[in-house]
Design a protein around this ligand. Structure first.
Ligand code: ADE
Length: 372
């Protein structure tokens, strides 16, 4: 760790609308390609509050004519979140001219999903005593539990801020140089406070169109959400299962994120979605809790794909009928219970992030005591 990094440990998140001068950014290497843009490792000089210093950062850019044409909403969400140790911090924005850029803290160890998968070979193949027998460090249950706790802390904070992430998955969790998990990718996120007024208007028009029975299912007061980036999914047109299937179809190939092959819209993360999200396109803190349960499952299985033997179409049909991911044989019982409760059909009976965080924390303390 350099002195520079130490100085930056005191995170300086972006709170104002202030534009960062892009001539101070030098893109170095491509870290990944997302839905409609790229993430680069870069150097940035003179970030807010750090004049005269250079910092390694991650820069998200967006393609000019992508349907998500701006990173403004994502920047707004990240600004609202500010600085928390389990959430990727926004350090600067370039939004006045294209290509838009978000400057974020750089998480050195990359994506949790990759780390989990890399640890598989370390566990499975040859013992450590054989030279070259281990390609990477195996992850102990305690380390895996620490990841779960970090993510629960981050999500508890995000929910407190009234943000629904909508794309929580191990692929959207990064690890920093200390192995601390940081939640990232707020491209699909929604601010419930900002949405409230719009929701009231939507609900009035929805009254005329949908049956009272459906409405009862939709109406969670201010918490109900209907997707707004997808024009086919507004309240005037409650999506049919068919419509969702069409939209999510292309997901099958990647088992993660993909595009709608014709419309070039981002597809939905169906394997991480709760029944009410799959059926009615409702997204709430409770649907994030469902996704958190899937993340616990991803951690327990070292990065397996949920319902790997099923097509997206089958997942959409069967999860609302009670299908759940197969519980891993080697998982600690505490997480077993917790993930199962995160997948309660009735969203109100799922634990809160705060409860989940406390329960994970209790388990870890107990393991630590048993070990000493
Ligand atoms: N990939 C995507 N975002 C990243 C970040 N902030 N740090 C490192 N790798 C990333």
């Amino acid at each position: 760790k350099t002195n520079e990094d130490m100085r930056y440990d005191e995170q300086c998140s972006v709170t104002s609308e202030q534009e960062f001068d892009r001539s101070n950014i030098r893109l170095k290497s491509l870290l990944g390609e997302g839905n409609f843009g790229q993430v680069w490792k870069a150097e940035a000089d003179n970030l807010s509050g750090h004049f005269g210093a250079t910092r390694i950062v991650a820069v998200k850019t967006i393609r000019k004519f992508s349907p998500q044409s701006s990173l403004k909403e994502e920047a707004d969400i990240m600004r609202k979140l500010g600085s928390h140790q389990n959430v990727v911090t926004l350090l600067g924005v370039c939004l006045e001219i294209e290509p838009h850029m978000l400057i974020m803290e750089y998480a050195m160890r990359g994506r949790l999903l990759s780390l989990l998968r890399a640890a598989r070979s370390a566990v499975n193949i040859l013992p450590a005593s054989v030279p070259g027998g281990r390609s990477s460090t195996p992850l102990s249950p305690r380390t895996l539990g620490g990841f779960a706790l970090d993510i629960a802390c981050g999500m508890e904070y995000i929910a407190e801020k009234r943000i629904v992430h909508r794309d929580l998955a191990a692929r959207n969790v990064l690890l920093d140089h200390n192995g601390v998990c940081k939640i990232c990718d707020f491209g699909m996120s929604i601010d419930l406070e900002g949405e409230c007024k719009q929701q009231e208007v939507d609900l009035k028009s929805a009254n005329k169109i949908i049956s009272s029975n459906t409405k009862r299912k939709l109406d969670f007061g201010s918490r109900f959400i209907i997707n707004h980036w997808n024009n086919n999914f507004n309240t005037n047109q409650i999506p049919t299962k068919d419509a969702i299937e069409k939209r999510t179809h292309s997901h099958d190939h990647s088992h993660g994120h993909a595009h709608d092959s014709i419309n070039r819209r981002p597809a939905l993360p169906i394997r991480w979605m709760a029944p009410e999200a799959l059926q009615y396109h409702i997204f709430t803190h409770e649907t994030d809790v469902w996704a958190f349960g899937i993340v616990l499952w991803e951690i327990s299985t070292l990065g397996s794909t949920p319902y790997a033997n099923l097509t997206g179409r089958e997942v959409i049909r069967r999860v609302p009928n009670g299908l759940r991911p197969e519980l891993p044989k080697e998982s600690r019982l505490e997480f077993y219970n917790l993930m199962t409760r995160c997948w309660h059909k009735d969203s109100h009976l799922r634990p809160s992030f705060s409860y989940a965080r406390q329960e994970i924390s209790r388990s870890l303390h107990k393991w630590d005591e048993d070990d000493s």
